[in-house]
Design a protein around this ligand. Structure first.
Ligand SMILES: *[C@@H]1O[C@H](CO)[C@@H](O)[C@H](O)[C@H]1NC(C)=O
Ligand SMILES: *[C@@H]1O[C@H](CO)[C@@H](O)[C@H](O)[C@H]1NC(C)=O
Ligand SMILES: *[C@@H]1O[C@H](CO)[C@@H](O)[C@H](O)[C@H]1NC(C)=O
Ligand SMILES: *[C@@H]1O[C@H](CO)[C@@H](O)[C@H](O)[C@H]1NC(C)=O
Ligand SMILES: *[C@@H]1O[C@H](CO)[C@@H](O)[C@H](O)[C@H]1NC(C)=O
Length: 411
């Protein structure tokens, strides 16, 4: 009898009555019974991870494990199927944890976000994703994926956003994204995938909103079948050594509103560079626009687009006149000219920009700010001149720039 009672007592204490508590290496944000747990302040290995999983309540809603950024040491984990206890888990982030593979028996019926960035995953198959029918966001960037078999994502009918950036994918199997009718965002940056195979993908995802092909070793996109994804709103093709603005290629993208052409080798912007698109935000930073003197912008360059934000940073520009922007002058609200070679503070940088409120001039060679500024500057709400050669600011700087809220460092 005594033995029996003792057994019952110990059973209750260790399981039923042991209330979940926040693991000491983690931080817990408890709302009612659903917990959001972050383990980012200590290095976590398999042993610690297993303990953490045992300690957390079954109502866990989100778990985020990532090594601390400031101190040394790295997380090293293998997949632990004990995670399947958490049937209400919606968000799982296991970032930079050297995970070699996903399990084939994952059962997380409520999971919506799976973020496995920066691990060592080499293979993925259909069976890895069979137990997460609600998944909306999958991030497998910066792993070692090489080949993705046909049908690998078939079960992910609700998937909205997929990142495969920065793997070593050189070959896409046919019909890789077939049936993913909800997919809106696709990131394939930093993979050497042949253009024909990217085109084959488009056939199955004509509804795409955002596509990222930055740093994909594309020296031209003339063969890219963008007409198969006519609803595209955002396109990233930076870091591809493009020599020209791909104007003709963009013509089929009438809804395109954000275009990233940074880190290419573009020297000039031709007439009607983005006509027929809806581009309001254009990143041309880190190109070569300052190499050809004087004529880099055609006067009709920005015709017929609602351009509001333009980044011309790091382009070897030693002069700039806002008149060069032609059709964009009236409506442009922000311009970045950081990292160029501009020396003497000059009114012509902005004189014709009637709607300008954000001006970035960091990392130039500006030595002084004049004590009088054109009235245009009164309207600025941000003005970034950090990293210049200023040794003082005018005493009346607050009157010159009455609406600038963020103060600026003058080092
Ligand atoms: C895991 O980390 C804990 C705490 O830092 C340590 O005590 C333990 O020895 C480690 N286990 C292994 C297998 O490395
Ligand atoms: C790409 O992944 C490698 C490891 O596979 C990592 O070292 C590197 O920082 C990643 N690059 C980017 C830009 O994320
Ligand atoms: C990039 O493309 C060029 C040809 O356009 C090829 O010679 C080179 O090997 C490619 N580099 C990588 C890393 O795939
Ligand atoms: C263009 O973009 C604006 C927002 O910037 C949007 O309101 C408008 O509907 C878009 N037009 C087309 C044709 O996509
Ligand atoms: C100013 O611009 C530089 C270069 O783009 C940037 O690195 C920095 O963060 C900016 N500073 C502020 C305060 O926005």
């Amino acid at each position: 009898m005594f033995c029996y009672v003792f057994f019952l007592w110990s059973f209750f204490v260790t399981s039923s009555f042991a209330l979940p508590s926040c693991p000491s290496l983690c931080e817990c944000d408890q709302k009612d019974s659903s917990w959001n747990v972050y383990c980012r302040k200590a290095v976590i290995n398999d042993t610690v991870y297993a303990e953490v999983l045992n300690q957390l309540p079954l109502t866990l809603r989100s778990l985020h494990i990532q090594p601390p950024t400031n101190r040394g040491g790295s997380n090293k984990l293998r997949w632990n199927d004990n995670i399947n206890r958490f049937a209400q888990l919606r968000v799982l982030r296991l970032i930079n944890c050297q995970i070699p593979a996903m399990s084939r028996s994952i059962r997380l019926p409520s999971l919506e976000v799976l973020d496995l960035r920066s691990n060592n995953i080499e293979h993925a198959t259909m069976s890895n994703f069979g137990g997460m029918p609600k998944l909306r966001v999958l991030d497998l960037s910066s792993n070692h994926l090489n080949i993705l078999p046909t049908g690998v994502f078939t079960y992910l009918r609700q998937l909205r956003s997929l990142s495969l950036s920065n793997n070593t994918i050189s070959d896409l199997s046919t019909n890789l994204l077939r049936g993913l009718n909800s997919l809106r965002v696709l990131r394939l940056d930093r993979n050497p995938i042949p253009i024909e195979q990217i085109n084959d993908l488009f056939t199955d995802i004509s509804q795409l909103d955002e596509l990222y092909l930055n740093h994909c070793n594309l020296s031209s996109i003339s063969l890219l079948a963008l007409d198969r994804i006519p609803q595209l709103r955002q396109l990233g093709i930076g870091g591809n050594d493009l020599k020209h603005v791909p104007s003709k290629e963009m013509r089929s993208l009438s809804q395109l509103s954000v275009l990233d052409l940074s880190y290419n080798s573009i020297q000039e912007i031709p007439a009607c560079a983005l006509c027929n698109t809806n581009v309001s935000k254009l990143d041309l930073s880190n190109n070569l626009l300052g190499i050809a003197k004087g004529s880099q912008f055609n006067e009709d360059a920005f015709r017929n687009i609602p351009l509001r934000h333009l980044d011309l940073s790091f382009n070897h520009l030693d002069e700039f006149d806002s008149k060069w922007l032609g059709w964009a002058q009236e409506e442009l609200t922000s311009i970045a000219l950081s990292g160029n070679l501009m020396k003497h503070f000059d009114e012509v940088w902005t004189h014709s920009l009637k709607s300008l409120v954000h001006l970035e001039m960091a990392y130039n060679h500006i030595k002084y700010i004049p004590v009088q500024l054109p009235t245009r500057y009164y309207h600025l709400t941000s003005f970034n001149i950090s990293g210049n050669e200023l040794s003082y600011l005018p005493d009346n700087i607050n009157n010159l720039l009455p609406n600038v809220k963020v103060s600026f460092s003058s080092s």
